[in-house]
Design a protein around this ligand. Structure first.
Ligand code: BGC
Length: 744
C-alpha cells in the first residue's frame, strides 16, 4: 500500500514538473511565433488538399502532391491534417505519407510538428490489416468497460503503428434518438453506462501518458448534445433545456475530461437556435471555464463555413470565422481550402479577434503536441509495432464480440442449436463482412467490399466451419430493400431443420444514413413472413446500426439475437453462440421500441407510463433496456442494505445474492437502479446507478456488493445545480426493491 502511494506521488510530481516545463516551453514558442504561424496552427486541412487527384475519389491511390504539401507547410503553416480521403491504406503507405509531411515540416521556420488525426472508431479502420472491434454500441452491450478499454488500447497501438498520434474517438453522445444515423457510434441511451464505457475508452486510447508510442490523444465527440435532434436526421436542430443538457448529455464529456481527455470535437448542429460552433457559453463558459478543459476544441467538418452557408448566423464566411473563434473554437477542420487562415489573419489585424484568444488556442494545441511527445519524435519506427494485426489482438476483438451478443428471445429454449442439424442462413447480413462491421470500415461509409479484411468469416462461413459444410446453406433472399430470390430461400427452407435469418442495414453514417422510416424495409419483412410460412423455426439475427422495427413479424420468430455491428470477428462470435460454444451475456444498451410512435427511453417519467385510464402508454417497448437472456437461468435473492437511512456524506452498501440455477456456466449483469419517490423536478421511474458483470458456474452463488452515496442519487434542479433532495428512494435490483431515506 505504502509502495503504491509512493509510486503515485512520484508519478504526480513527475507529471506536475512535466506540465510546468511544457508551459514554459509553450511561452517560449509563442514568443517566437508570427501571427501567420499562430493561425496556421489553428488550421486543419484534409489529406486530399495535399494529395494528387480529386477530393472524395475513394478509388484513387493516395499520394502526396509535393507542391500542395509545400503550400500547406510554408505558405499556410498548417498545424494539422486529417483523414484518409480514400480507403484503407497500408502501413507502408501511411508511413510514406506521414513521413513526407514531417520531412517537409522540418524545413519550416519553427518546425512545430504537424498533428495528424484520423477516425479510427472501432479499431484502426483506415489501415489495411488492422483489428476491427465491435462498434461502440455493441461494446456497450457487453456491459464490460474493460472491453472499451481494450478496444481503445489496441486501436491506439495500431493507429500509432500507422504513424498517426490522434484519434477522433470516442463518441460520447447518448443514443436516445433511435432514428439517428449515428446511433451505433454511441454507448447507448444511459448516461451512467455511457460514462463508464467512455472513460474506459479514453483510458485505453491515452493511458496515463499519451506520449507513449502505443497511445494516442483521444477526441471526445461531438461536444455536446449532437445525438438528440428533433427530427432524428443528422445535423438538424436540437431543442433541449439546459437542465437536460447538464443532467444527461454533458456528463459523459465532463467525466472523460476529468480523466484527462485532451481534445474535443464540436457538435455540428444548433441547440435552441444557437449553432454550437457559435456558442461562447458552451465552448468557453462551460467547456473551458467550468469543466476546466485544458486541451483544444476542433470543429467538425467545414462547420465554421456552415455558420454562414447553412446555419445563417453569419452574413459572410469571414464573420463566421470571427464568431466561431471568439466563441472558443481552437482549431478549424476547414478542411478543403485555406479560407479560414486568410479570414482569421485579417480579423486579428483588424482587431476583431483579440490576440489573447489566438494565443489561448495555440497554447492549447501546442500543449497537446507536447504531451504527445511529437517535438521529440513524430513517430516510432514501423518495425517497433510487432503486434499489429496479431492473433492476440484479433482474439481481444473476438472476446468482445462474444460478450456483446444479446439474446432477446429464446422460445422453448430453441437455442443453442445442435451441430449436424440442417440450417439455412439467409438475409442481407448472412454472408457479408460489411453488415458485421458497419460504417467507418475501410471507407467512410463502409459499403465497398473491395477493401474488407482478408481471412475474416461471415456468419454463413463461420457456421459452416462449426456445423459442417454439408449442413449449412446460404440463399440470400433479399438485399437491404429488394427481393433478390425470396422464392429460392423459401424452397431451401423446406429442406432444413432451422432458418437463421440475418436482418440488417447497409452500412451508413452521418447524413448518408438518414432514414424516413424506422422499420426494416418491406423486402426483409416479406422474407421473414415467407420463411415463417415455410414451417421451420426462424432464428433471427439483427445486424443494424439502430433499433429497426420488426414488431409485426417478431411473433413468428422462435429466437431473436441482437448483434448490433459486432466487427470483423462477429461472424465467428455469432456462430459460436448459435451452436452453444458461447453462452450469450449481452444486455441491451438501449430500449428496443415496438412502435415508431413510442420512442421512449427506460428512464422516462411516470406520466409516460400511466395506462390505467387510456389503455396505451408512451413507454411500450419490444425489449427493455438492460434485457438479455442466457442459456442458463439466474435467481436473485436476499437483497439487503447496510442501513435504511443515509445521512450527509455517508455511504450505503447494497448487496444481493445471485445463483446460477441452470445447467451451464453463464455471465449475468447485475444492475442496480434507483427511483426518487418525490422530487422538485419530476423524477424518472428508474435510473441505473451501478452494474457489475459476474460469471457463475452451474449451481454457484455469488454475493454482489455495490456502494452508493447521496451524490449518486442527485439530479439537476431548476437552478441548474446538482442536488440530492432529502426524502425516500427505492433501490431496485431485478424484481427486488428496498426503500431508503436520505437526510442532509
Ligand atoms: C464527422 C466526425 C469526423 C469528421 C472527420 C465529420 O463529418 O462528423 O465525426 O470525426 O468528419 O472525419
Amino acid at each position: 500500500m505504502i509502495k503504491k502511494l509512493i509510486v503515485a506521488s512520484l508519478l504526480f510530481q513527475f507529471l506536475a514538473t512535466f506540465a510546468q516545463d511544457n508551459e514554459k516551453r509553450i511561452d517560449e514558442i509563442l514568443k517566437q511565433m508570427t501571427l501567420e504561424e499562430k493561425v496556421g496552427q489553428m488550421t486543419q486541412v484534409t489529406l486530399d488538399v495535399i494529395s494528387k487527384g480529386q477530393p472524395f475519389d475513394e478509388k484513387k491511390k493516395q499520394e502526396i502532391n509535393e507542391a500542395g504539401l509545400k503550400e500547406a507547410i510554408h505558405t499556410y503553416k498548417i498545424g494539422s491534417i486529417l483523414n484518409t480521403g480514400t480507403h484503407t491504406l497500408t502501413r507502408d503507405e501511411w508511413y510514406t505519407i506521414i513521413g513526407k509531411i514531417h520531412q517537409e515540416n522540418k524545413t519550416s521556420r519553427l518546425k512545430i510538428p504537424v498533428l495528424y488525426g484520423i477516425d479510427a472508431i472501432h479499431g484502426a479502420n483506415y489501415t489495411v490489416g488492422a483489428t476491427l472491434f465491435p462498434q461502440e454500441l455493441a461494446l456497450a452491450a457487453t456491459w464490460q468497460p474493460a472491453y472499451a478499454e481494450k478496444m481503445g488500447q489496441i486501436t491506439a497501438y495500431e493507429v500509432r503503428a500507422s504513424a498517426i498520434p490522434w484519434n477522433f474517438s470516442p463518441v460520447l453522445d447518448l443514443g436516445r434518438q433511435p432514428l439517428w444515423s449515428r446511433f451505433f457510434e454511441t454507448f447507448g441511451e444511459d448516461q451512467y453506462l455511457a460514462t463508464q464505457m467512455g472513460n474506459a475508452a479514453v483510458l485505453g486510447y491515452q493511458g496515463t501518458n499519451m506520449g507513449h508510442p502505443e497511445r494516442v490523444a483521444a477526441c471526445l465527440k461531438h461536444y455536446v448534445g449532437y445525438s438528440n435532434s428533433k427530427s432524428g436526421k443528422d445535423r438538424t436542430p436540437i431543442q433541449m433545456s439546459e437542465r437536460e443538457l447538464r443532467e444527461l448529455y454533458l456528463q459523459t464529456f465532463k467525466s472523460a475530461i476529468e480523466k484527462g481527455a485532451m481534445t474535443v470535437m464540436i457538435n455540428s448542429s444548433e441547440i435552441n437556435g444557437t449553432p454550437v460552433h457559435a456558442s461562447h457559453r458552451i465552448l468557453t463558459q462551460i467547456l473551458k471555464d467550468e469543466l476546466k478543459f485544458k486541451g483544444f476544441a476542433v470543429t467538425d467538418w467545414e462547420d465554421i463555413i456552415m455558420l454562414h452557408t447553412v446555419h445563417r448566423v453569419a452574413a459572410t464566411e469571414k464573420e463566421a470565422v470571427k464568431i466561431a473563434v471568439n466563441a472558443g473554437v481552437d482549431m478549424s477542420m476547414v478542411p478543403l481550402n485555406y479560407s479560414f487562415f486568410k479570414h482569421l489573419v485579417e480579423l486579428v489585424n483588424e482587431g476583431q479577434v483579440p490576440m489573447s484568444r489566438i494565443d489561448d488556442a495555440v497554447r492549447r494545441i501546442l500543449r497537446v503536441k507536447l504531451q504527445l511527445g511529437l517535438f521529440t519524435k513524430t513517430h516510432e519506427e514501423k518495425s517497433y509495432y510487432t503486434k499489429f494485426g496479431s492473433a492476440e489482438f484479433a482474439n481481444a476483438s473476438y472476446q468482445a464480440a462474444l460478450e456483446c451478443v444479446t439474446l432477446c428471445k429464446n422460445q422453448n429454449n430453441i437455442l443453442p442449436l445442435k451441430k449436424g442439424k440442417k440450417i439455412l442462413v439467409t438475409g442481407v447480413g448472412g454472408n457479408t463482412l460489411n453488415c458485421l462491421n458497419g460504417a467507418w470500415t475501410h471507407t467512410w461509409q463502409g459499403v465497398d467490399s473491395t477493401y474488407n479484411t482478408k481471412g475474416k468469416k461471415t456468419i454463413f462461413q463461420a457456421m459452416q466451419e462449426l456445423g459442417g459444410k454439408e449442413n449449412v446453406f446460404f440463399v440470400q433472399g433479399t438485399s437491404f430493400d429488394k427481393d433478390v430470390n425470396i422464392a429460392k430461400a423459401v424452397e431451401k427452407a423446406k429442406e432444413v431443420d432451422y432458418i437463421v435469418l440475418c436482418l440488417g442495414e447497409i452500412p451508413a453514417t452521418e447524413k448518408v444514413g438518414d432514414i424516413e422510416d424506422l422499420s426494416y424495409p418491406a423486402a426483409q419483412l416479406n422474407l421473414a413472413k415467407a420463411l415463417a410460412a415455410a414451417g421451420k423455426p426462424v432464428i433471427t439475427i439483427l445486424l443494424s446500426s439502430r433499433p429497426r422495427l420488426f414488431t409485426e413479424v417478431e411473433p413468428m420468430f422462435s429466437a431473436v439475437i441482437n448483434a448490433y455491428w459486432p466487427g470483423d470477428e462477429g461472424g465467428r462470435a455469432l456462430a459460436a453462440t448459435l451452436y452453444g460454444d458461447n453462452n450469450p451475456s449481452g444486455k441491451l444498451p438501449y430500449t428496443y421500441p415496438k412502435y415508431s410512435g413510442s420512442l421512449v427511453t427506460y428512464d422516462h417519467k411516470l406520466s409516460e407510463k400511466r395506462d390505467k385510464d387510456f389503455g396505451f402508454n408512451a413507454f411500450n417497448p419490444l425489449y427493455e433496456f438492460g434485457h438479455g437472456l442466457s442459456y442458463t437461468s439466474f435467481e436473485y435473492t436476499a437483497m439487503s442494505v447496510s442501513k435504511n437511512l443515509l445521512k450527509g456524506n455517508e455511504k450505503i452498501q447494497v448487496s444481493i445474492q445471485v445463483k446460477n440455477t441452470g445447467a451451464v456456466e453463464g455471465k449475468e449483469v447485475v444492475q442496480l437502479y434507483y427511483r426518487d419517490q418525490f422530487a422538485s423536478i419530476t423524477p424518472s421511474v428508474k435510473k441505473l446507478v451501478r452494474f457489475e458483470k459476474i460469471s457463475l458456474k452451474p449451481g454457484e452463488t455469488k454475493t454482489v456488493r455495490f456502494e452508493i452515496e447521496a451524490k449518486d442519487l442527485a439530479f439537476v434542479g431548476a437552478d441548474l445545480k446538482w442536488i440530492t433532495e432529502p426524502g425516500k428512494f427505492d433501490l431496485m435490483i431485478g424484481k427486488s426493491s428496498i426503500e431508503i431515506s436520505y437526510e442532509e
